[in-house]
Ligand binder design. Structure first.
Ligand SMILES: Cc1cc2nc3c(=O)[nH]c(=O)nc-3n(C[C@H](O)[C@H](O)[C@H](O)COP(=O)(O)O)c2cc1C
Length: 189
């Protein structure tokens, strides 16, 4: 199965790089396989250092921020603390799981990295289920795949999630929706 979350890696100057990722795991979270596209910065950083920190998150705004990347100026920075033993830990995550790559297979477009997990860092308690947050996760996926989708199917999916978000959101989720919509508008221009 796949767990959706956010991975931090380290840039060459030691600063944080952040991106959503969906590792393949077993239900007990003992085995970790990352499948980053070889064109991604995350692949480049993981391949270089052999380590990253996977974050279990329950915050849709954080997920939208991560998929837009830090270079986007329209949103507040993703706060993180550096732990010398494992790397960057996001302060708004639920749990951080340090991963070390043990084995690479780079023979396909999506590289495969078998990882071992270090001691988990519990950051805060899990907030709970919320449909707006789930829909923001889906919007983040749509944002990352929009170049592969037709305009019609993208618009249809966005409209579906927008209704759910507007019905069930709190202020952070509405901010996430606004960011996602801004980004989609920018990519139309
Ligand atoms: C929830 C979610 C899960 C994702 N999982 C993966 C993944 O497993 N592998 C991958 O290559 N991209 C995945 N993506 C897409 C990347 O996050 C996206 O392509 C991103 O722009 C890569 O950024 P980077 O080049 O800065 O590393 C995922 C996106 C989302 C929203």
């Amino acid at each position: 199965m796949v767990i959706e979350g956010i991975i931090t890696t380290e840039n060459e100057d030691g600063s944080m790089h952040v991106a959503p990722i969906g590792p393949h795991v077993d239900p007990d979270l003992h085995s970790w396989t990352l499948k980053p596209f070889k064109t991604s910065k995350t692949f480049e950083r993981l391949h270089h250092s052999g380590r990253g920190v996977f974050h279990v998150v329950d915050d849709g705004l954080l997920m939208i921020q991560a998929v837009l990347g830090q270079a986007h100026s329209a949103f507040p920075s993703l706060d993180a603390r550096h732990h010398p033993e494992c790397g960057w830990v996001l302060v708004d995550a639920v749990r951080a799981i340090p991963l070390s790559v043990q084995l690479w297979d780079t023979s396909t477009e999506r590289a495969v990295a078998e990882c071992s997990a270090g001691p988990w860092i519990e950051v805060r308690s899990y907030w709970g289920w919320n449909r707006a947050r789930n829909s923001l996760l889906e919007l983040a996926i749509l944002l990352s795949r929009r170049h592969m989708m037709s305009r019609d199917s993208l618009d249809q999916a966005i409209a579906h999630h927008r209704v759910i978000i507007e019905k069930t959101a709190g202020p952070r989720e509405l901010q996430g929706l606004a960011l996602a919509m801004d980004c989609l508008r920018d990519s139309d221009d």
